[in-house]
Design a binder for this molecule. Structure first.
Ligand code: NAD
Length: 349
């Protein structure tokens, strides 16, 4: 009889913990939603994988079994709006191709759910306005899947840059390029909204913004001639752009769906620091003029989702809100305008 007491207490505590966690439903179980976000939700403390929205019955079955998801929390794209009646789902995480983000964020907000939307937030700033307004109207929070804001290496370079640990920044450059696969939606402008800038280049200027603590004021940009005309029909293949920061430094950035690079490098008055690789899910390496930057690896996605869950619970703003996603789409629009016109484009957020 006495041996039962600790078991009962443990059982009570476990139930309590689960009840405390916010339920997340993922829309889009592709490489990122299914391959990264779902497994990361096994490592979160303040939220868990409560539901899925998928158009694929075999994926529904696989995820239901793998993550122990009740049938009542499984939706498809047609009955998605019924999620409003499901109290087990607190947050909808939109992990669809870029041009579908706006529709699903608005539908999730209208269903009374908080929303996480993958980057880039949308394919136009106008869409971002609609998404932000829908969440405001519903009284729900909106955040963007900017996982690197929760990675210790990136938090470190943010601190080193903004706190001028090596003095004022003199030079900053960043690049992210990796090959794309023929036939994937990323090469289709209607679904992706653009080329590698939407997908990879966004990390470069994000990192410049949080490392300098500044937002660019003007942009110039140049795309390189396309080498594969079948693959790159109406999107850029490789793009370089320069961002004039308010303090006068010029941030040099580049992105590509053909070339491979993945770095941020900062030269300051009294030293330098860099991450290379910089933007990966794991295996980030950092060094400074004084030695290596070392951290134990974390799940960036688990940290990101836990932070959002806590922001909701404590009614405090997310450090990566919809407004930041909108700001970045405005920067993307300015970069594309500079690329197309060859002119220096001022940024008006
Ligand atoms: P993916 O192609 O692997 O998955 C897309 C998902 O959307 C699939 O489940 C697919 O079935 C579904 N879908 C629904 N309608 C579709 C349509 N008309 N065309 C194509 N797919 C459709 O893509 P992904 O790599 O998982 O990217 C999804 C989103 O996540 C994108 O916005 C991308 O930018 C973002 N992403 C973010 C990160 C990050 O590190 N934060 C990493 C990868 C992808």
């Amino acid at each position: 009889m006495t041996a039962l007491v600790p078991v009962l207490i443990l059982h009570f505590n476990l139930n309590n913990m689960k009840n405390d966690k916010l339920g997340i439903a993922i829309v889009g179980l592709g490489l990122y939603g299914g391959g990264q976000i779902a497994p990361a939700l096994l490592q979160t403390e303040h939220c868990y994988l409560a539901g899925i929205i998928t158009g694929d019955a075999s994926k529904a079955k696989q995820f239901k079994e793998q993550y122990n998801i009740p049938e009542t929390n499984i939706y498809n794209y047609s009955n998605f709006d019924e999620i409003k009646n499901n109290t087990a789902i607190d947050i909808v995480y939109v992990v669809l191709p870029n041009s579908m983000h706006a529709e699903y964020v608005v539908r999730a907000a209208k269903a009374g759910k908080h929303v996480i939307c993958e980057k880039p937030m949308a394919v136009s700033a106008e869409e971002c306005d609609t998404m932000i307004a829908a969440c405001k109207e519903a009284g729900k929070m909106l955040s963007i899947g900017y996982r690197l804001h929760f990675d210790p290496f990136h938090l470190k370079i943010k601190r080193m840059g903004t706190q001028k640990i090596f003095g004022s920044i003199k030079k900053i450059s960043s690049g992210f390029g990796q090959p794309s696969k023929k036939g994937e939606w990323r090469l289709n402008k209607a679904l992706a909204g653009g080329g590698p800038l939407m997908d990879l280049g966004i990390y470069c200027f994000q990192a410049v913004c949080y490392t300098t603590g500044q937002i660019p004021v003007a942009i110039t940009a140049q795309s390189l001639p396309v080498t594969d005309k079948e693959k790159f029909i109406d999107i850029e293949e490789t793009l370089m752009w320069q961002m004039e920061m308010p303090d006068g430094i010029i941030a040099e950035c580049k992105t590509s769906y053909s070339d491979v690079y993945n770095f941020i490098r900062v030269d300051a008055e009294n030293g330098w620091f860099e991450l290379d690789p910089a933007f990966s899910y794991s295996g980030i390496r950092g060094s400074t003029s004084q030695g290596k930057i070392e951290f134990t690896e974390v799940s960036q996605q688990a940290k990101q989702m836990d932070d959002f869950a806590l922001a909701i619970k404590h009614n405090r703003p997310s450090p990566v809100p919809g407004e930041m996603g909108r700001r970045d789409v405005k920067i993307i629009e300015a970069i594309y305008e500079a690329m197309k016109t060859g002119k220096r484009i001022m940024i008006h957020i």
